[in-house]
Design a protein around this ligand. Structure first.
Ligand code: GDP
Ligand code: MG
Length: 447
């Protein structure tokens, strides 16, 4: 598995300080193979590896964490982001958008056997039970014998209404009839379960387009079987651009130990994965939670949460250290660097000034020294090129030392001067904030 493979590589990472390029690249070679083995599509793997490599090289390894553990966390975060990101603690990032005049139409598309009909009933049941929606389902599958009856049976099991079957009617006519019936009977949501084929073909696409154009669906969900790996990617590619997809339902996640299809699907369609099917029963569906699937792909959840805890405690220590220094009227270049890093994380200069009235002066000082968000990174590089002694005592930086720092950070002496000027201005501003009794607010900023 991925975790076995990576465990060895990550254990071989040594040393302290920033992650080194050679180590990162060696680890990424293994990640790459592991992702390919998990059936993630090649272009997706490439994109992923590039992104993680860039994020990892030069990252400071946290105290109390090994370099390998730090890389695991970086890989995990990139997986979560690529799977759709996180909306709060473990919450699903993607929800159905049902904000429209009822009946709101949800159209289900996909190949035969992918799990469209089952997923239609599962989602209908969920909308009814968790959101109190009045839902009607209609099967437009006239190709497969008994397909419409299958939906009627599931409807009965789920306690969800289905459109009465009229033999011989074509998909577009059924869609129109369903819309009229749903309007007449004041349904909130109408779910259209469409026909599939064994392979994507023109007739299928034409039918999907015609149905979409008469029913104006608010959601078009592509249902794909997560066990079909590379095939699922091809299917997603064929549907994308032909019908206005709004999301993906990944079925058979109960049988997919690797979760690789999820990663590909999101990247290929550009649409969020909204649900994961986890079994045959009508309750076996879950909102798609990127962190959970990332954990499944990587299999290193324990390490990830350990690094998160370490990061939180370092942040706390840093905040305490800074508060103490400020109370003593000290603010050195290490503190400035820590602040720059925090600022970058929090969304840059504009955000800071908005959040903290007391920081207005500091922001003005930064702007007057020609500073913008891009410069934050350069300043960080400059301070990193100084010795710990210089950082603690900026007065040491004479012309010769400044030249060395400029060369080390790939900048000019005037840039080094800007950093020093900014440090002076900020020290002044800090003292003022202290006088104004704003230390508490500042503590919140670093906490
Ligand atoms: P359709 O042809 O796309 O409408 O596919 P169906 O909904 O008829 O599903 C085909 C088969 O897959 C049925 O036997 C379902 O019970 C099964 N199935 C659907 N979703 C899941 C899932 O998430 N997990 C498992 N294990 N089976 C599923
Ligand atoms: Mg079906």
């Amino acid at each position: 598995s991925l975790s076995d493979r990576l465990g060895n590589v990550f254990d071989s990472l040594r040393g302290r300080g920033a992650l080194k390029e050679d180590d990162v690249r060696a680890a990424m070679r293994e990640v790459r193979i592991a992702l390919l083995e998990a059936d993630v599509a090649l272009p997706v793997v490439r994109r992923f590896i590039d992104k993680v490599t860039e994020a990892a090289i030069g990252t400071e390894v946290l105290r109390s964490v090994t370099p390998g553990q730090q890389v695991v966390k970086i890989v995990n975060d990139a997986l979560v982001e690529m799977l759709g990101g996180e909306d709060g603690d473990g919450a699903a990032a993607a929800k159905l958008d049902l904000e429209a005049k009822p009946p709101v139409v949800i159209m289900m598309v996909g190949l035969q056997g992918s799990g469209k009909t089952t997923s239609t009933a599962k989602i209908a049941k969920r909308l009814k039970e968790t959101e109190g929606k009045k839902v009607m389902m209609a099967s437009l599958d006239v190709n497969r014998p008994a397909a419409q009856e299958q939906l009627a049976v599931l409807g009965e099991q789920a306690g969800v209404a289905t459109l009465p079957i009229i033999a011989g009617q074509q998909p577009v006519d059924i869609a129109n009839r369903a819309i009229s019936a749903a309007k007449l009977q004041s349904f909130d949501v109408l779910m259209l379960d469409t026909a599939g084929r064994l392979h994507v073909d023109e007739a299928l696409m034409a039918e999907m387009k015609a149905v979409a154009s008469v029913s104006a669906p608010k959601e078009v969900l592509l249902v794909v079987d997560s066990l079909t790996g590379q095939d699922a990617v091809n299917v997603a590619q064929s549907f994308t651009g032909e019908v206005p997809l709004t999301g993906v339902v990944l079925t058979r996640m109960d049988g997919d130990a690797r979760g690789g299809a999820a990663l590909s699907m999101r990247a290929v369609t550009g649409k969020p994965i909204k649900f994961a099917g986890t079994g045959e029963k009508l309750d076996a569906i879950e909102p798609f939670v990127p962190s959970r699937v990332a954990n499944r792909i990587l299999g290193m959840g324990d390490i990830v949460s350990m690094v998160e805890k370490a990061a939180a405690s370092v942040k706390e220590e840093d905040a305490e250290r800074l508060a103490k220094k400020m109370a003593a009227g000290k603010f050195d270049l290490d503190d400035l660097r820590m602040q720059l890093q925090q600022m970058t994380k929090m969304g840059g200069l504009g955000m800071i000034a908005q959040m903290m009235p007391g920081m207005k002066k500091a922001k003005q000082a930064m702007q007057s020294s020609g500073m913008d968000d891009r410069v934050l990174l350069r300043m960080d590089a400059i301070i990193s090129s100084m010795t710990p002694k210089e950082r603690a005592n900026p007065a040491l930086l004479n012309a010769k030392r400044k030249k060395r720092v400029a060369a080390g950070s790939g900048t000019q002496v005037q840039d080094v001067n800007k950093v020093l000027k900014m440090h002076q201005e900020m020290s002044k501003a800090m003292k003022q904030i202290k006088k104004m009794g704003g230390l508490k607010g500042l503590g919140a900023l670093f906490g």
